[in-house]
Design a protein around this ligand. Sequence first.
Ligand SMILES: [Zn+2]
Length: 259
Amino acid sequence: MKIILPSNGRCTHSSMEMFPPKIEHLRRAADLSADPILKKNEFLEPLLKKPEQLKKITCDDRDYLFCVATSVIYSGQIAFVTECECGYKFNDKHSLDDMLLNVLNNPLSCKKVIFGVEYTFNTLLVEDEAAAAEKALIDDETYEQVLQTGIVLRTLGKELTPENYVWADTVLDLSVYLLALVYQQCQKHGLDLRKEVVCPKCHLAMESVLPITGDLLKVDMNLIMDRFKKLLAHGLDFKAFADLTLVEYNVLVQKINQK
Ligand SMILES: [Zn+2]
């Protein structure tokens, strides 16, 4: 399927050809990187007709592709958990059809003079974020902090060298550091992931933001394998099962359940 990217023609690629995920892709998701960012990239790569294009699109484009791919798992609806202030956790679903799509209208970069120094702010591409995540993976305890500094460096077009990390953390003006992070927020595009929800326990209304992380791939494989046994009983072999797209799989399961 051809997917038009929300970066709106501002990246090298304005659309991508993606195959719907198959059961086999989902089964392999457990073996992918535990890192929430790298996991998304690794899951998408085998689904893309030209996987090498992935690194040159924006992170929001990637999240959009990831939403489309995972929504197939959940039949067009993405399940998520909200935790209320009262401590109650409840499940809800985001329907892909109901979500608004925001396209990018700004250029991919902008120059700004701050305290007499000119900085160029760049919209994060998948390769920038992946490089920042890989550097951060070295130590669990400092992961978030190192990831954030890596994102600031790539936003400012700097290489991820040890010297530059020290520079960003000790020399770079705090306002520029924070502005780099704000810049990425201002460049947000893709699906509007906010939804008004009401806590079923205390009835507090709140806005919930759907997190697009590799955790969306955590589906109950036991349930799928249980259904597989039923499909086997209907004459489907393992190879054919592993090759099913999730859409075909859902149709088959529905048919069997109707019998
Ligand atoms: Zn509540």
